[in-house]
Design a binder for this molecule. Sequence first.
Ligand code: TGC
Ligand code: FAD
Length: 397
Amino acid sequence: GPTFDWEDPLVSKSLLTEEELAISETAERYCQERLLPRVLQAYRDENYDRAILSEMGELGLLGANLEGYGCAGASTVAAGLITRAVERVDSGYRSGMSVQSSLVMGGIHQFGTTEQKEKFLEPMARGQLLGAFGLTEPNHGSDPGSMETTARPHPTKSGYYLLSGAKTWITNSPIADVLMVWAKLAETGKIRGFLVERSACPPGTLETPAIKNKSALRASITGMIQLDDCPVPAANMFPDVEGLRGPFSCLNSARYGIALGVMGALEDSIARARTYALERRQFKNNPLAKYQLVQKKLADAATDAAYGTLAAIQVGRLKDEGKATPEMISMIKRQNCDRALHNTRVLQEIFGGNAASDEYHIGRHVANLFVTQTYEGQSDIHSLILGRAITGVQAFA
Ligand code: TGC
Ligand code: FAD
């Protein structure tokens, strides 16, 4: 008869295609063999090794659900399985990849001109060009519609805009080659997307200082984007998309990747807590795993991981059939991030004092998962998106 597999309790594997299983296996092997051995040092040093991007590119892991331009053309679920594999090691590594794949490559693929796609997508798929996505500003995070960054026509050079303003908390910005910046056109007040190429910016017009000494996500690099009359060719603007629909369309795909991604961090925490509970003995030489209170923690976490994974696979399927709504993505992004954070915090208790040593990895997951619950729409913001859809009444402002 069937046996219960604590690592995949509801047999989510049975919902995957051969191709998805193969992609997931490739990604898991790379992440466990090549990323896991580097993560502690990277996290301690607050350092992101750029070689990781080229390695992922070689394996076809970047922009994996996009068609053409050297991308794998795989399913949304397959791309989610890649984020899950990466996040099983570290949410920061997944972050750097999400920005590259979903936000920047995805945005160019959906909204770019043929010239923009031909210029950027293939080198980005190979990991030769690194992207950043600049939406959040110092004064406007949850409410990006109020952004202050502007683009005005260049007064003397035709075919150019001058971008001015500041973005903050931008993943990859200090080392990115291509920065997708969302700014309001001075003429219309409408939000438009620009591809700012670092190599083409005159000195002093683009600065990308790092935000140092983070308390989480230290294996990814985060910084600001400061634009001071930075000249950007009109050919680097997305031609047709206007308003928040532009950046939010990119976010739909990245939020999906996070929803399945955080299940990796949760599953890694479950596996580590289980091993620890079986090995550590307290009171009459009993393993911690023998105690009911410890078992409940593992049961709760395994249940949330299994439910979250199934829900994400379902929404991924609907997305590929053109039947997913942004609210569905809000639902799984919110729930999976919240449950991953809650359960890893509880599982952390099983490690006792050893949880305070980074060698046990659990503290790193807990710290990282707080950020996943915050970026790409803080959980309460997703509650309001869902509340609006349920009641028809918006409660943001
Ligand atoms: P609202 O009136 O709701 O919408 C304005 C326009 O945008 C359209 N829209 C969407 N389109 C596609 N997909 C979606 N998910 C969309 N959501 C909204 C909408 O149809 C409308 O279009 P139009 O044509 O009618 O103008 O706008 P609002 O200003 O009331 O929005 C409120 C709210 C809270 C929903 C929104 O602002 C929000 O989601 N805030 C959260 C901000 C956020 O997610 N920031 C993310 C920054 S990027 C990031 O964090 C990357 S971290 C990556 C990493 O390191 O992994
Ligand atoms: P605020 O908007 O000030 O919100 C603070 C708190 O108030 C939140 O809990 C929020 O839910 C709550 N709140 C706000 N409004 C309401 C309301 N109407 N009702 C109820 N509660 C409300 N951004 C990018 O553009 N690109 C990136 O690559 C990127 N990477 C990031 C990497 C890291 C490590 C971090 C920490 C952030 C990153 N962000 C990025 C920014 C992230 O998207 C924002 O931090 C997030 O959207 C929240 O905005 P905020 O920090 O300004 O918080």
